[in-house]
Design a protein around this ligand. Structure first.
Ligand code: FAD
Length: 308
């Protein structure tokens, strides 16, 4: 029950200011967002890739309010890509982007986000890697899928995310699997109404398996975005049944969550990609991580009380 409350709080500007400014927040945030600058994140990229992990990099930020902020977001990704170039990691370090951070919710936002994301996709291709478009709340998805389709005409490896909790996703999965796309499947992290999304965990999990089967049997490249041990073993079974080799799908997990499992799957020969977020505007990302596991919130609250 706490999850939806925390998700609602993630939209509060007052709380954003309060939580972001509290000095006690930082150590808790560091677990999920291991750096605020490119200088801090590049050594972490090196360290994780040295351990046999692959990465998808997220410069945190969303819900921006001016076109200048959208351009700054684009430039932050361009700087990151420039700094990754000498590491020569190719697809071992790809990018994840949220179109809201590229201006999608502003006036003329669809065109603005499309124009801002394209140079990032081009620059990523220039260092031999690719970009995945994250899925945000359901009102943004038609625009995201349209931009994804447009980008794929020039950069077919561009990926996108679908969310098992949404009723629309089974149909989206069929379309994307047919088109041979790279698709990350996740449960879904936003507060969605009952008109568009399953609300019960068991319903979401069942939908996840149905959608995953479609992706595994289709012609695309499935990316399994989950920490759920049951879904991970079902994914392995579905991949085997579909006759997929180990390099014909991959697992993805978030930095700071089930780190041992990242290494275990990589050691088994799986492609294991860690979603690694960094930057200063971490509030929305951080609050979604708290909402996914209320025990995180208790830990956070204890550290506030303990030091306060
Ligand atoms: C690589 C990746 C990319 C994602 N991209 C998107 C996206 O674009 N759009 C979107 O809506 N959502 C995205 N998500 C988030 C996703 O929708 C879920 O909210 C999140 O993954 C939790 O669901 P789960 O499948 O891990 O299962 P759960 O049942 O929530 O978790 C399974 C187990 O994993 C551990 N766990 C999960 N979350 C946490 C946490 N926050 N803190 C500590 N332990 C935890 C716990 O042990 C839990 O029991 C992404 C997730 C991943 C892994």
């Amino acid at each position: 029950m706490l999850g939806p409350v925390i998700l609602a709080a993630s939209r509060s500007d007052r709380l954003r200011r309060l939580v972001s400014a509290a000095p006690v927040t930082k150590p808790v945030v560091d677990r999920f967002i291991p750096g605020e600058s490119v200088d801090e994140i590049v050594p972490i990229v090196r360290d994780l890739t040295d351990q046999g992990l692959e990465l998808t990099m997220d410069v945190v930020g969303e819900d921006i309010t001016t076109p200048a902020q959208a351009e700054a977001a684009r430039d932050a990704y361009l700087e990151l890509i420039d700094r990754l170039k000498p590491l020569d990691l190719g697809t071992r370090a790809e990018m994840s982007v949220k179109l809201s951070m590229f201006g999608q919710a502003l006036d003329g936002g669809h065109e603005l986000a499309a124009a801002n994301v394209r140079p990032v996709v081009e620059a990523a291709a220039g260092i031999g890697t690719t970009v995945t478009l994250d899925a945000e709340d359901h009102t943004t998805l038609d625009s995201m899928f349209a931009i994804h389709e447009e980008l794929r005409q020039d950069f077919p490896q561009t990926g996108c995310v679908i969310q098992a909790y949404l009723f629309r996703t089974e149909e989206d999965a069929r379309r994307l699997a047919d088109s041979g796309s790279r698709v990350r499947l996740v449960k879904g992290a936003y507060k969605e109404p009952a008109e568009v999304a399953y609300q019960q965990r068991h319903e979401i999990d069942k939908a996840y398996v149905r959608v995953l089967r479609t992706l595994m049997e289709g012609g695309g490249y499935p990316m399994i975005g989950s920490h759920d041990p049951r879904l991970i073993s079902i994914a392995q079974e579905l991949a085997r049944t579909a006759g997929r080799k180990l390099d014909e799908y991959e697992f993805q997990m978030l930095y700071g969550i089930r780190g041992d499992e990242h290494l275990r799957l990589a050691a088994e020969g799986h492609r294991m990609r860690v979603y690694t977020a960094y930057g200063t505007d971490w509030y929305g990302y951080f609050m979604r991580r708290l909402a996914e596991k209320p025990a995180n919130l208790r830990f956070f609250a204890r550290s506030v009380i303990g030091r306060g």
